[in-house]
Write a protein that binds this ligand. Structure first.
Ligand SMILES: [Ca+2]
Ligand SMILES: [Ca+2]
Length: 195
């Protein structure tokens, strides 16, 4: 509820919403707003799993994740790909993954942590905010990456795109040359309202 307190020589008159002090009292009275503003911190957190979209219509598969070199760690996230195991490990393959990051209120924080086998580009609302296109190892704890995406976030839904490339290796198998994406993304939005 909106409250305007009018203070005059020790007498306090409370004027409720819908009646303005200025219209009721002439000078020397002054209407002053004393509204309490209450703000909420709205946290959104999403990890990679089978709800991540792939291509135009599909959804990600939980990927074969038994490669001992995959030491990247993102709590609650699952390794995903467009199939359980790589179909053609001898050929380069690029897969586009999509997810929505909803920011409730004014963006105040945003981050994405990503691990990938092998290369990747990270987009927020169509803008590249990070990539690793030369070092093929992005699947270890030491080589996973975290990006500040706050400057690219808008209030409401934001589209996060992961373009991930598995590097083809001649003579390899799905087990010796696996592919995968592991991520989390977090956002905080601030909403405020007057009591
Ligand atoms: Ca990296
Ligand atoms: Ca690979």
């Amino acid at each position: 509820m909106n409250k305007n307190n009018i203070i005059n020589i020790g007498i306090t008159v409370i004027v409720f919403a819908g009646i303005t002090g200025a219209s009721l009292f002439a000078s020397p009275f002054h209407a002053k707003a004393w509204d309490n503003v209450r703000c909420n911190r709205n946290v959104t957190g999403i990890v990679s799993d089978a709800n991540t979209r792939v291509g135009q219509t599909g959804y990600a598969a939980l990927a074969w994740d038994q490669n001992p070199a995959w030491t990247a760690m993102i709590p609650r996230a699952h390794w995903i790909w467009d199939s359980y195991k790589v179909q053609n490990p001898e050929s380069d393959q690029t897969v586009f993954f999509f997810n929505d990051l909803n920011v409730i209120g004014k963006p105040a924080f945003g981050s994405v942590t990503i691990a990938a086998d092998n290369f990747y580009k990270l987009y927020v609302n169509g803008i590249v905010v990070g990539s690793e296109l030369t070092n093929e190892n992005n699947f270890a704890l030491e080589t996973q990456d975290t990006y500040n995406i706050l400057p690219y976030l808008a209030e409401g839904d934001n589209i996060i795109t992961f373009e991930v490339m598995n590097k083809g290796v001649l003579g390899s198998t799905p087990e010796s040359n696996p592919a995968g994406l592991l991520y989390n993304m977090k956002a905080v939005g601030i909403t405020c309202q007057a009591d």
